[in-house]
Ligand binder design. Structure first.
Ligand SMILES: NC(=O)c1ccc[n+]([C@@H]2O[C@H](COP(=O)([O-])OP(=O)(O)OC[C@H]3O[C@@H](n4cnc5c(N)ncnc54)[C@H](O)[C@@H]3O)[C@@H](O)[C@H]2O)c1
Length: 326
């Protein structure tokens, strides 16, 4: 199947593109590299196109005629979305809606959207099922939720089977494919801890007074290969009827301090921690109930134990640093 992957040069997209190829599909990357780097393109078909440019996006559909779209292109920082909410509404809602309308003019039958646990915000109970109330704390979560709703409503009217996957914390890497996390600035916990330890700096931890067992935030870490597998299952599915939003996580949460400890053990180094104020918009605990995805698609997390995640991320970080000459 031909699959258009927006944001296919990003961290998660790069893994999905490779997993699609491994599963016999033909991925086409749409990404203008505004938040990525050319090495992620590899040998794949690539359109250097901005999602906001609807005429150019239409040309991409005309040229490749993909049967499915996996839409990861967007902005991802909670903190940035608090400071610059307009960017998030523009890219994550307006440009995404333009993409959906373009897809509807071509024979696209399925549209899969990368959503986020941030739609739940301050969840009242964990693990969080898809039926939990929405309480996003920032424009990132709100704009993702707004597009989910637009997608499902419009998809029904336009005859496109729509699915949103709500990722919890994507993590880990696939160094064999020469891909892993490489954001600038890096805001995600595991690469930040790795970088601090390898640079012999203190690990900065935001907030130590959350209502969690050790006072630091608790998150559900899902290996990026398990995420990629869920995407392939969704686009190949004949079971999903469309209009569904499904959680992708493991059901097991780790606190920031537990992750710091695990990374220290992996590197054989003793971390030194510096506690800072809470970051605006960070909920105390986000852990997924993913039973719906498991029941509907037979999906199971196979790579997401913390040791596998941390060791793959550490191996990738060493590859990344040696490419940078560090
Ligand atoms: N990383 C996570 O833990 C996580 C968790 C939940 C959801 N998500 C979602 O998954 C998706 C991918 O996340 P990621 O970590 O790979 O992010 P990323 O920043 O590494 O990748 C996003 C890619 O999209 C491209 N892009 C962004 N806006 C674009 C536009 N308007 N036109 C063309 N290209 C554009 C960027 O250049 C980049 O390559 C995002 O939609 C994010 O919201 C990520």
């Amino acid at each position: 199947m031909k699959v258009l992957v927006t944001g296919g040069a990003g961290y998660i997209g790069a893994h999905i593109v490779r997993q699609l190829e491994k599963s016999g599909h033909v991925p086409i990357i749409l990404d203008d590299l505004r938040r990525s780097k050319p090495y992620r393109i590899g040998h794949y078909l690539w359109e250097n196109t901005a999602l906001e440019d609807s005429a150019a996006v239409m040309k991409v559909f005309e040229k490749h005629r993909p049967e499915s779209v996996i839409h990861l292109g967007g902005y991802i920082s909670v903190g940035e979305s608090v400071r610059k909410p307009d960017l998030y509404w523009e890219n994550n809602l307006a440009a995404s809606t333009g993409l959906l309308l373009a897809a509807a003019r071509y024979p696209v039958t399925a549209f899969l959207f990368s959503s986020t646990a941030a739609v739940y915000g301050m969840a009242e109970k964990v693990p969080i099922p898809e039926t939990a109330p929405y309480a996003p704390t920032c424009a990132y979560g709100s704009s993702k939720l707004a597009f989910e709703k637009t997608l499902h409503r419009a998809g029904e009217a336009l005859g496109i089977k729509t699915t949103a996957l709500r990722y919890f914390n994507a993590s880990g890497a696939c160094p064999e494919w020469n891909v892993g996390e490489d954001h600038e600035p890096e805001e995600h916990l595991i690469p930040r801890i790795l970088q601090a330890l390898l640079d012999e700096k203190k690990v900065q931890v935001y907030g130590r007074d959350y209502p969690t067992p050790d006072g630091t935030c608790v998150r559900d870490y899902i290996h990026v290969l398990d995420l990629a597998d869920a995407h392939v299952k969704v686009i190949e599915s004949s079971v999903l009827s469309g209009g569904q939003s499904l959680n992708v996580g493991t059901g097991r949460g780790y606190s920031v301090l537990e992750v710091v400890e695990a990374v220290g053990q992996e590197l054989g180094l003793r971390p030194s921690v510096e506690f800072l104020d809470r970051r605006p918009g960070d909920p105390p605990s986000l852990v997924a109930d993913s039973s719906l995805l498991q029941v509907l698609l037979g999906w199971k997390a196979r790579h997401s134990d913390l040791r596998t995640i941390v060791s793959s991320a550490a191996a990738w970080e060493k590859v990344r640093r040696s490419a940078l000459g560090r």
